[in-house]
Design a protein around this ligand. Sequence first.
Ligand SMILES: C[S@@+](CC[C@H](N)C(=O)[O-])C[C@H]1O[C@@H](n2cnc3c(N)ncnc32)[C@H](O)[C@@H]1O
Length: 318
Amino acid sequence: MNTLVKIRKIREQFDVNPIFAYKLAVSVGDKNLIEDVKKLLQEKPKPFVKWVGGKRQLLAQFRLMNLYPPEKFNPVKNTYFEPFVGGGAVFFDLLPQNAVLSDMNKELVTTYNVIKNDVEALIKSLKKHKHSKEYFLKIRAKNPDKLSDMQVASRFIYLNRTAFNGMYRVNSSGGFNVPFGKYDNPMICDEVNLRRVSDALKKVTIKHQDYKEVLKKAKKGDFIYFDPPYYPISKTASFTAYTKDVFLDKEQIELRDTFVELHKRGCFVMLSNSDADFINEIYSGIKGVRISKVEAGRAINSKASGRGKIKEVLVTNY
Ligand SMILES: C[S@@+](CC[C@H](N)C(=O)[O-])C[C@H]1O[C@@H](n2cnc3c(N)ncnc32)[C@H](O)[C@@H]1O
């Protein structure tokens, strides 16, 4: 069976993107194709943090709309950039051969790098954590600037697994301030997945830097996915505290300008944001750029009444 036939068979049976389907097709034989693929899919690494704004549930929709991944993006020759990586839902969905991930959240980036370079020591450290409110408050009170990278990563994953709603939120001076989550038995150390993530990151570059840095590196044919802090739909609905810096009108316009520059350069660019009038305005009327609407079920608001379908936009230049 040639690779294209295999890809077709895989995609008929499983809901996978064409880039990962190619990877699967070249790593399985003809004989037990479906069984082997099933096994590989079970072994696929997943995001290791819960992150508000995680894109996992939207990816199938993007694919059905033929917006993701860009058909002409060549993952063998070109590079995938995810400069607001957060939990990295899109990276873990694609698992591209060449990737550059970045974020302004320093602890998050440190954690990615510790998983990449020193996963066994991290697993050991995670296994030592205790699950109680008193212990949680003690760990939360530590200043990450005074910890080693290993301690930062261990604390970061521990807090992510045990804090209320798995949220990450910092106050204006950068201190983590989410309350204790009252989970009965949170999975603090998912060692199987952490090892898979570590393998997946081996050839990936992960940097603590502002998204504008991609401009210096991205070349024609590269694929860039922007998933910035969303523009608030209403004054009370804003949730942008991933870092101590704000991301409002001025920052959204600068991001639009970066999008346009990459578009002119011949990159494939995809951007998510809320369906706010302001966002629709700043991306309309640009030649070659289109705005599509998608429905997202998000749970940012802790009150049940605040959870529901929220419209988002997906802006693409292909
Ligand atoms: C909506 S989240 C991304 C969610 C991610 N796609 C996921 O699946 O989990 C936005 C991210 O942008 C990061 N961020 C905020 N300002 C930034 C900046 N100027 N440059 C790069 N990253 C930034 C935040 O730390 C946060 O992780």
